[in-house]
Design a protein around this ligand. Structure first.
Ligand code: DMJ
Length: 584
């Protein structure tokens, strides 16, 4: 510094840049003020530091802060390009899914043909009752074979239905499961083939199931003895019925009426919806249990997972099934979606993942009723992502991909939530196996450090680190995420959904495939190699592989605007509106 001071100054011309040495001293700068560029630079630096520190401590809040501006852009979440997408087949991936189906089916056919369920590790089948089975797996798989063009396999399965299938079984069967899998399977096989064999069997089954509806309210009891045609209440559950179960029979019964011209099925199905419409509280969030004597909701958890899920799914799909004229269903659906957004939709504090929490009823010490928000989400809820996107586009009736201006009212909100939920469901596949657990728990703002340690990305699997994993850690070949990916792909043509579906398929191939044939669930998605469970759920062939196949297929196969999929992935046609379509 001394040296600088001692140097002699030389005169500087007007156009000459002052040499470094001639930069004014601190003192001089203070006198003349900072150049504007420096001031700006300092401000930007300061702002960036503040933003960085804010993001470090609370990233979710920052994203929420910028979201309103981000939202103003025309770019729709979940869509890469505004251009119309040609949804041609991805033949290599599609054919790999067909091979997987054959690997599953041929093992079942070899070891257990006709049995309700298949155990791929012990190479055995089993039935739901001691009195015998009702073709659970065969019937649930028929339409997948038809859709995949597996003619030989289908011919043998049809022959089994023709010669062996009987519902004259003196055993107790769950009304909901039998309806969505067996009745639904028969009806979609009819839809795809027009083979009257299936109407005949469907009517025979439905006539046995109808006794379930003979309650004072019209809400069906949980079970029936198909052979004796006796309704069997669920005594282990205080004779209550679950909301999803009573409200997920409607697409099947309505289509059966359409095919047989017998109104009784449709009337029974619609009566249930009238009872629910009357009983549903404000805000319209449905508790998971109802009383079939009174036709009322019973204080019980509220959730979009088990015992709640397909109630919401069928509100939308009943509206779609009859050509979008039954606005009563659409109103119930929209009301439910508003309430879900207001009370159940949550975000994780650091990673900003969107999920739907559950509400648990509790009594306070002074015996007041209150609801506790529980930050957990069943794998089952992953159906909702695709469902919300489907509802937002009024059943796929928008451009592909949709244009921002096509959304009115709450449609854009639903679309965005749907996409974000799919992203969260994909996040729950970030496990050691790439498979997602049965239940994901999410971190909240005030969780103790122990939870934070378990959940670096704001979510975790309860018990997955215990020697014997909790049931939460299982993956039982469920379809809900790939179901949503299929719908999102059809609505956008965006290849990200195919890539995500392919990732899931590869994880299933790697960890669930049994070399001797069939697929098995895993007991803990976070252990490699995983321990396998000796069961291949029927929805592996009816849903998971069907949705994967459709995800990689040409979009002309079963277009969403002409078909409605029941909750077990069985496609039914859209019914022309008639005098029956009067739920407004
Ligand atoms: C299926 O049987 C149906 O999708 C049902 O609605 C709920 N879950 C299983 C598959 O996970």
């Amino acid at each position: 510094m001394e040296g600088i001071r001692e140097r002699k100054a030389r005169p500087v011309s007007e156009h000459e840049q002052p040499p470094e040495d001639n930069v004014p001293s601190q003192h001089a700068r203070a006198q003349t003020g900072w150049p504007v560029s420096r001031l700006l630079y300092t401000l930007v630096l300061l702002l960036s530091t503040v933003l960085y520190l804010f993001w470090k401590t609370n990233p979710g809040a920052l994203i929420r802060l910028i979201e309103p501006w981000y939202d103003l852009s025309e770019q729709l979440p979940g869509v890469s390009s505004p251009e119309y997408a040609f949804l041609g087949a991805d033949e290599v991936r599609r054919d790999a899914v067909v091979d997987a189906f054959k690997h599953a089916w041929l093992a079942y056919e070899r070891d257990a043909m006709g049995d309700d369920e298949y155990h791929p590790l012990s190479h055995k089948g089993s039935n739901l009752t001691d009195a015998g089975g009702i073709g659970y797996t065969v019937v649930d798989s028929l339409d997948t074979m038809i859709i995949m063009g597996l003619d030989e396999e289908y011919r043998r399965a049809r022959s089994w239905v023709d010669t062996k299938l009987t519902f004259e079984v003196d055993g107790i069967f769950n009304v909901f499961e039998t309806t969505i899998r067996v009745l639904g399977g028969l009806l979609s096989a009819y839809h795809l083939t027009h083979d009257s064999l299936y109407i005949d069997r469907a009517k025979n089954l439905a006539d046995r199931l109808m006794v379930a509806f003979s309650t004072p309210s019209g809400l069906p009891v949980a079970m029936v003895n198909l052979g004796t045609r006796t309704p069997i209440p669920d005594t282990g559950n205080q004779n209550l019925v679950s909301t999803a179960e009573v409200a997920t029979l409607q697409l099947e019964l309505r289509y059966l009426t359409e095919l047989t011209d017998d109104d009784s099925y449709w009337k029974a199905a619609e009566k249930v919806m009238q009872v629910i419409r009357k009983a549903v509280p404000v805000p319209p969030l449905a508790a998971i249990y109802m009383d079939p004597q009174q036709g009322t909701f019973v204080t019980s958890p509220i959730r979009l997972g088990s015992r709640g899920d397909s109630y919401y799914e069928y509100l939308l799909k009943q509206y779609l099934q009859t050509g979008r004229v039954e606005t009563g269903y659409r109103e119930m659906y929209d009301g439910a979606m508003d309430a879900i957004h207001e009370h159940l939709v949550q975000r994780t504090p650091h990673t900003n993942f969107l999920y739907t929490a559950e509400l648990m009823p509790e009594r306070t010490q002074t015996h007041q009723m209150q609801w506790r928000l529980v930050p957990k989400q069943d794998h089952l809820v992953c159906f909702l992502g695709g469902s919300l996107m489907l509802g937002a586009t009024d059943g796929g009736h928008f451009s592909v991909p949709p244009r921002a201006e096509e959304f009115v009212g709450t449609a854009r909100r639903d679309w965005t939530t749907g996409y974000e939920l799919i992203k969260t469901c994909m996040e729950t596949h970030r496990t050691h196996t790439g498979l997602s657990p049965e239940i994901a728990h999410f971190r909240t703002k005030n969780d103790p450090q122990a939870i934070a340690d378990l959940a670096p990305n704001d979510w975790y699997i309860k018990g997955s680190r215990q020697p014997t994993a909790a049931l939460d850690a299982r993956y039982i070949l469920r379809p809900e995420t790939v179901e949503s990916l299929f719908i999102a792909f059809r609505l956008t043509g965006d290849s990200r959904y195919r890539d995500w579906g392919w990732q899931i398929f590869q994880s299933i191939e790697k960890h669930c495939k049994v070399p001797t044939g069939g697929y098995a669930g895993v007991t803990n998605v976070d252990i490699v190699p995983p321990e396998l469970e000796d069961k291949m759920e029927t929805f592996m062939m009816s849903e998971t592989l069907k949705y994967l196949y459709l995800l990689f297929s040409d979009s002309s196969i079963l277009p969403l605007t002409e078909n409605v999929f029941n909750t077990e992935a069985h496609p039914f046609p859209i019914i022309r509106p008639t005098g029956r379509t009067a739920f407004t």
